[in-house]
Design a protein around this ligand. Structure first.
Ligand code: GLU
Length: 303
């Protein structure tokens, strides 16, 4: 038993689980379990504007029907607001977080280029303090003009220059909600996560999370970013396009499809097996080395 490995799956309750989330769940689960590690579940319901009523319950029921077993109680981000506030205070005290008065339009108007996450790069208007008469809307984290690099277990060496590629980023939004980057970093540390295995759509967020870990004095976990299903333009397929809700009645076949997507040589007859039989095959045959080392895969057309 490897008591050091602690993995996690962290769905957002913005809708029912779909194939893309299943791929991330299967990859993180098998990486954890085949190393004797723990696997924790966190419900990322911090962005209350995106939560869909009933989605969290439906995700938990689907995970159970698909045979996932997690360690300990589910951690709900909605119960963690005090911890996020404390982290923000720590960053303010250290002079790393500052208030920003800019509206979305002002940011877009002053930006010279897009940021790595597709938004507009913040030009740093409020970095040196709020202009007279301007009120704080959001809180941002100062980034350094230095490269942040890490070696992803699947995607290899990654590097981002936060000042150039992302800019000072938001920790607490103008609507008062804590940002994903802060919540995920605080919770991964709180849950003692050693290994983060998730979709490569989050690859560009990882340097921001590493920077936050450094600012908060946290250890940096190991990262493995799994390929995500994309269209020909390399855009992640949305729930609407590729991903109908998973159907528990065909759980074994969906698990086989997720394993195949992750490069595992699933025997054809396994699709007709039971869910425990699919897991037994997966535990016995899981090969990390077989994972496709590409951030996105265009799935073949069905049929
Ligand atoms: N809650 C995020 C999502 O569903 C995942 C966060 C993570 O794995 O770091 O996209």
């Amino acid at each position: 038993m490897n008591s050091v490995y602690r993995g996690r799956f962290a769905p957002s309750p913005t809708g029912p689980l779909h194939f893309g989330s299943l791929v991330a769940a299967v990859g993180s689960y098998l990486d954890a379990r085949t190393q004797g590690g723990a696997w924790l579940l966190r419900m990322e319901d911090v962005d209350t504007t995106r939560n869909v009523p009933g989605a969290a319950d439906s995700i938990l029921a689907t995970l159970e029907a698909f045979g996932f077993a997690w360690d300990g109680p589910v951690l709900w981000q909605s119960t963690r607001l005090e911890a996020y506030a404390a982290a923000l205070e720590q960053l303010k005290t250290a002079g790393l977080a500052y208030p920003c008065a800019c509206s979305r339009k002002e940011i877009a108007d002053s930006a010279t280029r897009p940021a790595a996450d597709g938004g507009m790069l913040y030009s740093g208007t409020c970095r040196a303090g709020l202009a007279p008469g301007r009120a704080a809307r959001a809180w941002r984290l100062r980034v350094e003009n230095a490269a942040i690099s890490f070696v992803d277990r699947v995607q290899g060496r990654q590097e981002q220059q936060l000042a150039r590629d992302v800019g000072d980023f938001v920790l607490r939004r103008a609507d008062g909600l804590f940002a994903y980057q802060l919540a995920v970093t605080v919770d991964d540390d709180f849950q003692g996560i050693s290994d983060i295995v998730r979709g490569a759509d989050l690859l560009a967020s990882t340097p921001r999370q590493i920077w936050l870990q450094r600012c908060l004095g946290f250890a940096t976990p190991a990262y493995a970013h799994l390929p995500v299903a994309s269209n020909a333009a390399g855009e992640k397929l949305s729930k609407q396009t590729l991903a109908p809700a998973l159907d528990s009645a065909t759980a074994a076949a969906s698990l086989c499809a997720a394993l195949r997507f992750l490069g595992q040589p699933v025997p054809a007859e396994l699709a007709r097996a039971s869910v425990p039989e699919v897991w037994a095959w997966a535990f016995a045959h899981w090969s990390f080395a077989a994972l496709p080392r590409t951030p996105s895969i265009v799935p073949a057309a069905p049929g």
